[in-house]
Design a protein around this ligand. Structure first.
Ligand code: C2E
Ligand code: MG
Ligand code: MG
Ligand code: MG
Length: 282
């Protein structure tokens, strides 16, 4: 970099400015996409019951197709949005889209709950649960049809407002999951403060199962502990049948991952369900 090449440190500063101005441009483009209503869309990934591979719900995941830069992964734009008020706008947009889609599926007699991803700052909004309840009831749906996946465990745990937000959601009948358990520093004592229904085991815990006996011991212990605490346990990132079998054997309830299905656009659900049917009967 500039410093290593002996360029005065203002050169290094320039690099930071460049990064800032790129971030700033991306955030502006994201705001435009949100307000202009183009470029952003949701995809849905099935959640299955490990015992019989039956679909039990879907997770909504945001996608951004930039007119010039192509697909920009959530990991590139969400962390930036989280530093600004834009994340609140994104959450609102995701809620509206997911509710519309739920209603469409409902009208087609497809009754699968959809979960959305929510960060600590969303949970801290004083009236988040009330507004969410109002919106879902307005759509003519029960609160049990919308799941909330809580991201940023540590930030939630450090915030009385976010923990209170979770309590309010639980009280209103929303199903609460803790996302990415087992990634970073997942302190088990965090769990007991939160009114959780489902713990989602992060892909980090799952991906090494076949190759490493230590990983198997850890996964097995975590699952049996969580089951003993009466949680439902869902494994993320299951990419092959052997891993699915192992997790079932360890007592894991549910799974998501490329082995079952990649995330897809809403219109692909009906054909996917039809393709599953003969398999399940057989
Ligand atoms: P997450 O909520 O833990 O979602 C799981 C991620 O793993 C998704 O990545 C999904 O596409 C990917 N995935 C699923 N199965 C497999 C698999 O078998 N193998 C591999 N390698 N990956 C798999 P995605 O869509 O890129 O999302 C990344 C993260 O961005 C999400 O992690 C979530 O934290 C965040 N995110 C996505 N959509 C939203 C949103 O609408 N709002 C918020 N606040 N965050 C979102
Ligand atoms: Mg999630
Ligand atoms: Mg996750
Ligand atoms: Mg994850």
């Amino acid at each position: 970099n500039a410093v290593a090449l002996g360029v005065p440190w203002q050169g290094y500063d320039g690099q930071i400015d460049q990064q800032h101005s790129n971030d700033f441009r991306l955030l502006n483009e994201l705001a435009l996409a949100l307000r202009g209503g183009s470029g952003l869309y949701l995809v849905y990934q099935p959640k299955v019951d490990l015992r019989n591979s039956a679909i039990i719900g879907l997770e909504a995941l945001i996608r951004w197709r930039h007119p010039q830069k192509g697909d920009i992964p959530p990991a590139m734009f969400l962390p930036l949005a989280e530093q600004t008020s834009l994340i609140g706008e994104i959450t609102n947009w995701v809620i509206e889209q997911a509710l519309q889609q739920l209603k469409t599926w409902h009208d087609q007699s497809i009754f699968l709950p959809v979960s959305i991803n929510i960060c600590a700052s969303d949970l801290s909004q004083p009236d988040f649960a009330d507004r969410l309840e109002e919106r879902i009831l307005q759509a003519g749906l029960p609160t049990s049809m919308l799941g909330i996946e809580c991201l940023e465990t540590e930030k939630i745990n450090d915030s009385k407002a976010a923990l209170h937000g979770m309590d309010m959601l639980k009280l209103r009948g929303f199903c609460l999951s803790l996302d990415d358990f087992g990634s970073g520093y997942s302190n088990i004592s965090y769990l007991r403060q939160m009114p959780l229904d489902i713990i989602k085991l992060d892909r980090q815990l799952i991906s090494g199962l076949l190759n490493d006996s230590g990983s198997r011991i850890i996964a097995r212990s975590i699952i049996s502990m969580l089951k003993a605490l009466d949680y439902q346990v869902l494994a993320e990132g299951v990419e092959d049948e052997e891993t699915a079998q192992l997790l079932l054997h360890y007592g894991c309830d549910q799974a998501q991952g490329y082995y079952f299905s990649r995330p897809f656009i809403a219109d692909a659900l009906q054909p996917w369900l039809e393709a599953q049917r003969p398999q399940r009967a057989g």
